[in-house]
Design a protein around this ligand. Structure first.
Ligand SMILES: Nc1nc2c(ncn2[C@@H]2O[C@H](COP(=O)(O)OP(=O)(O)O)[C@@H](O)[C@H]2O)c(=O)[nH]1
Ligand SMILES: [Mg+2]
Length: 356
């Protein structure tokens, strides 16, 4: 899974990227033009620690995702817009966009729009996404309506696509994202190669000042996937050794790093979930789509386990912790037997019965 961090200049994209990936010694980039820095990051899910402790697992295997810092986005007209479109083009391949909004004051790094106003910035970034998509849809419609000598069959497919693209264009021109257009699975299939930014899941990361840690999210973020994170502080904490870090974090009222919570929130916003396999050698988290079938989840562990799937023994993470582990659960009805089509829930523990 690929997570792209986007936002206005000096919003704290690189700080958040460092907090998520534990990258050190990364210089801030002010160079014009589009650049993407990429690193893997672990989804440090507290649940896996607890589960591994209960079963005395020798090691913990977290889900890994790739996090990309997309630099150089600018708002405004003319040349700036072209740079922005190029930058955003690089974000088209990602599964989730994290929009960083600046909510901190910093005189040493003045806000490019002159004042700190995260609600305005969100509208700016979203309108850039819409404009970048509009450029693509307009170009495509131009091609689809150009005189052509294509064979009849292809012409028919073109016409079907044209009708969909025109609906997308109408929405974008009205300042609405492409995801607001009601599209069937077939429509989406016809649009798949265009990778519209405004069809992608989005999460907001409100980059707050250290003093604002623990405060509730502002009203304009209600009802949408969002987290607050003091990105710079968290990135700096990662440079300390563990004991120092814990002490500093406690002093600031930071429990678990918001970066860890951000990763789980990001999976959730992207429609993804985790299931766990817990044993003596390994407590393992696996990445799946929400409601992915048990047999498909089993394939993530090993193709042969999926192929030989007989049934899955499933227990929710909370019940497992409450009961105190597999020994206590043995023979109880808390462990459910599920078939191939069982839709997996986030936090399910799975043990697959399979024939080799
Ligand atoms: N005070 C404060 N400064 C921050 C915070 N996050 C980032 N900065 C500073 O703001 C500037 C821009 O941050 P950076 O992560 O490079 O932003 P980017 O341009 O979006 O990648 C840098 O000088 C950071 O040190 C924050 O939460 N609080
Ligand atoms: Mg940067």
């Amino acid at each position: 899974m690929d997570i792209g961090i986007i936002g206005l200049p000096l919003s704290g994209k690189t700080a958040l990227w460092r907090a998520l990936t534990a990258a050190k010694d990364v210089a801030a980039s002010f160079a014009p033009g589009a650049r993407v820095e990429s690193l893997p990051a672990r989804v440090l899910d507290e649940r896996l620690e607890v589960l591994g402790k209960i079963e005395a697992s020798a090691k913990l295997s977290y889900v890994q995702v790739n996090v990309h810092d997309v630099t150089g986005m600018i708002t405004g007209g003319g040349g700036a817009r072209e740079v922005s479109a190029e930058v955003l083009g690089k974000a088209r391949a990602f599964d989730l966009l994290v929009i960083v909004l600046r909510a901190f004051e910093n005189d040493a790094a003045p806000h490019p729009l002159g004042s700190v106003d995260p609600a305005r910035d969100l509208a700016e970034v979203e309108s850039e996404l819409i404009l970048a998509d509009l450029e693509i849809v307009e170009r495509r419609i131009e091609r689809l309506t150009a005189p052509t000598t294509r064979p009849k069959k292809e012409k028919e497919a073109d016409d079907l696509e044209l009708a969909i693209q025109q609906r997308v264009k109408v929405a974008l021109e009205a300042g609405k994202p492409a995801r607001s257009v009601e599209l069937t699975a077939d429509d989406l299939f016809r649009l798949r190669s265009f990778q519209y930014l405004t069809t992608k899941p989005v999460m907001v990361a409100l980059n707050i000042a250290e003093n604002d840690i623990g405060k509730p999210l502002p009203e304009f973020l209600k009802g949408r996937p969002a987290i607050a994170v003091a990105a710079k502080t968290e990135a700096e904490l990662l440079e300390l050794d563990e004991a120092e870090r814990a002490e500093m974090a406690a002093g600031m009222g930071l429990g678990r790093p918001a970066a860890d919570l951000a990763m789980r929130a990001a999976l959730d916003a992207a429609g993804m979930a985790q299931f766990f396999t817990i044993g003596p050698t390994d407590a393992h988290a696996w990445l799946i789509k929400k409601n992915e079938s048990a047999v498909s989840a089993a394939c993530k562990i090993h193709k042969d386990i999926g192929r030989g799937f007989i049934r899955a023994e499933i227990v929710g993470c909370e019940e497992f912790v409450k009961a105190g582990g597999y020994k206590k659960l043995k023979g109880t009805s808390l462990i459910r037997e599920e078939g191939k089509d069982y839709p997996m829930k986030d936090g399910d523990l799975m043990n697959v019965r399979f024939s080799a």
